[in-house]
Design a protein around this ligand. Sequence first.
Ligand SMILES: [Zn+2]
Length: 95
Amino acid sequence: MTFPCPACDADVPSPPRAFGRCPACGVVLRARLRGGEGPLRTFDVDAVGRPGARRTVEAPWTESDERSLRAWLSWSTAITLGLVLVLLALARWLR
Ligand SMILES: [Zn+2]
């Protein structure tokens, strides 16, 4: 996907990221996630060093986002389960 640069309106050929750079004017772009309900996520994209240059960009979830979310979910589930087991073992052992 592309989104328009908040400073110069040129198309930036990538989804919004935490830090990026506009290939046309070279300004540093900083995106912040504002909301993520449904199939689209809303980002506030600021041009660093250009006060007032802000644009709201809606971006679909990318495959790597979904992959990292799935990885994060399975890791956090495993860690939570492991913690519960450790606490159970401790409770039994300390009795
Ligand atoms: Zn630009």
